[in-house]
Design a protein around this ligand. Structure first.
Ligand SMILES: C[S@@+](CC[C@H](N)C(=O)[O-])C[C@H]1O[C@@H](n2cnc3c(N)ncnc32)[C@H](O)[C@@H]1O
Length: 205
């Protein structure tokens, strides 16, 4: 692992993802998680305060970057629900099939290299009537913004640990065996190429 990814990237990710507009986005989606929950790419744990403790039985969180997870030194013993962190990739989830009521993913599909494999793994571990809750940034609807997203993307990937500016998130979800039940979109305040957000919920088709 490069020194940048080990020492700098966790700070960059935590700083970028903890800006007020994206924290407001988390409040729109995370309280809907219920039962046995899996969070994909938990990063520095910024969603944790938004879970509805009475609705949650247990939270399992995965992320390949233990450095990012350790960034905020979260005392997991003091969380109001059972919690386990596993260093793992979304493309190979270490969990039984049909075992989660909710899978949560925020600002991580942009970064996950094999989204097709990851979404197929999410489908495998999600119960048949379970929910996928997502909040992501991605391809903007305006041609002028898209042009900048495509131009900057090659450089952005290097600074942002593999983050892409221009993924069509709803299309990816729909093309990989899910039916989207709820979808909202808007530019959240901030730099336009990185601020077009999609959030909502999906179920296995
Ligand atoms: C931009 S951060 C978002 C972190 C967190 N989800 C949030 O909302 O603040 C992207 C996260 O995805 C993680 N990630 C990268 N590749 C991944 C993979 N293949 N599977 C799961 N997570 C991955 C990164 O380590 C990082 O923590």
């Amino acid at each position: 692992m490069s020194l940048y990814n080990k020492y700098v990237l966790p700070k960059v990710i935590d700083w970028a993802c903890s800006q007020k507009p994206s924290m407001k986005q988390r409040a729109k989606i995370i309280p809907q998680a219920q039962g046995n929950v899996l969070e994909i790419g938990i990063g520095s744990g910024l969603n944790l305060p938004f879970y509805a403790k009475d609705a949650l039985k247990h939270l399992t969180a995965i992320d390949p970057s233990i450095e990012t997870w350790h960034k905020n030194k979260i005392d997991t013993q003091s969380l109001p629900f059972g919690f386990e962190f596993i260093k793992a990739f979304a493309e190979d989830i270490p969990a039984d099939s049909n075992s989660f009521d909710t899978v949560v993913i925020t600002y991580a599909l942009c970064t996950i290299p094999d989204t097709q494999k990851a979404l197929s793994e999410i489908r495998r571990v999600l119960k048949t009537n379970g929910k996928l809750l997502f909040c992501e940034h991605g391809k903007a609807p305006d041609a002028a913004v898209q042009k900048w997203q495509n131009r900057i993307n090659p450089l952005w990937k290097h600074i942002g640990g593999g983050c892409h500016l221009n993924k069509d998130i709803p299309l990816l979800i729909k093309d990989n065996g899910f039916k989207i039940n709820q979808l909202d979109t808007m530019y959240i305040p901030g730099w336009k190429p990185a601020s077009f957000n999609y959030w909502g919920s999906a179920q296995i088709r």
